[in-house]
Ligand binder design. Structure first.
Ligand code: PLP
Length: 345
């Protein structure tokens, strides 16, 4: 097989030529002294897009999430999040290790839970219990197959959380996929309204937006001042990182609209995969992630290996499911080829 079509994750993208050119031209300064103009612009643009006061550029989404959790909580507190959430499953136990907090897991629908779920999970104000102080949402939810939250559900979760004195953090690693799926990514009023339901949002530039690295944490001025200190403690303060932040500014200008194409490609892949005798169904495809559910007795790793031999790369998501993710570096033609190859005998 001569070419490989890499559908394992939207993190595999390479910076485009245009992106590399803006990186080359980037003006830099020492960001630990808040003197890097590219980083300052990127932080301000991300914050104002969601109606927040300030932003903080960090190396990764894991760092922005874990900084947020550490700032919102005190040692021994409890964090409410879904059982599928990235902050719980895939960040190395950071909630316990870094924030010193425990977790109450919710059994939501593809990562999405209700205000009632939150109410039922808040511990009583009694010294026997951990102090519940934070709710984390994830939109889109990765392990939920790129599931988009219903806006009214976000609103009611946020209202109930705030009424009970809890912080509300969004893991928005793929929030632009969510905004594009809702059709509000170019509507500043709507994105600010969306942002108003959260106290902090972690935004990833290295997923669908195609940057080589970087995430931005946004929130109030006071929250970001605390986050700045925590970033220092986590070793995340960077110096002339405007070189990479410039890629982020470029991506905000040129790589958000095109996410809609990834969503169409994901639907085409899901439909095509249904023609394979081992594929029983797929989870509703809201954005750029496709979860295939396999027929009884089919081993996901074996199927992934057989597709890999043909040059189509994807992930076994569980013993009986497989994940495909579409992204900037997969063309329409490659989606057609992949669709053909995965169904070929
Ligand atoms: C939903 C979600 N949150 C956070 C992260 C963490 O991002 P990073 O890999 O930059 O640490 C990821 C990474 O895939 C993710 O999918």
């Amino acid at each position: 097989m001569s070419t490989t079509i890499d559908l394992r994750s939207d993190t595999v993208t390479k910076p485009t030529l245009e992106m590399r050119e803006v990186m080359n031209r980037a003006v830099t300064g020492d960001d630990v002294f808040a003197e890097d103009p590219e980083i300052n612009e990127l932080q301000d643009r991300c914050a104002s897009m969601f109606g927040m006061e300030a932003g903080l550029y960090c190396p990764s989404g894991t760092m922005t999430n874990q900084i947020a959790i550490s700032v919102h909580t005190s040692k021994g507190d409890e964090v409410i999040c879904d059982k599928l959430s990235h902050v719980y499953n895939y960040e190395g136990g950071g909630i316990a290790r870094l924030a010193g907090a425990s977790v109450k897991l919710l059994n939501g629908d593809r990562g999405r839970f209700t205000a009632q779920d939150v109410m039922d999970s808040i511990n009583p104000d009694d010294s026997h219990y951990a102090n519940t102080s934070l709710v984390c949402l994830e939109d889109t939810c990765n392990k939920g197959g790129g599931a988009v939250w219903d806006l009214s559900q976000i609103k009611s979760v946020s209202v109930v959380s705030r009424e009970n004195g809890l912080g509300v953090h969004l893991d928005g690693a793929r929030v632009w996929n969510s905004l594009v799926a809702r059709g509000i990514h170019n509507n500043l009023k709507a994105t600010k309204e969306y942002g108003s339901h959260f106290d902090s949002i972690s935004l990833c530039l290295s997923k669908g937006l195609g940057c080589p690295v970087g995430s931005v944490l946004i929130g109030s001025k006071e929250f970001i001042a605390n986050a700045h200190r925590t970033r220092k403690v986590f070793g995340g303060g960077m110096r002339q990182a405007g070189i990479i932040a410039a890629a982020g500014i470029y991506a905000l200008d040129y790589h958000i609209d095109r996410l809609a194409e990834d969503h169409v490609k994901a639907k085409r892949l899901g439909e095509a995969a249904l023609n394979h005798p081992c594929v029983k169904s797929y989870s509703s495809i809201d954005t750029n992630i496709v979860i295939l559910h396999l027929e009884e007795g089919v081993d996901s790793q074996e199927l992934v290996d057989s597709w890999g031999d043909k040059g189509v790369l994807c992930f076994p998501f569980s013993k009986s499911s497989i994940r495909f993710v579409t992204h900037h570096d997969v063309t329409d033609a490659q989606v057609d080829i992949a669709a053909q190859l995965i169904c070929e005998k």
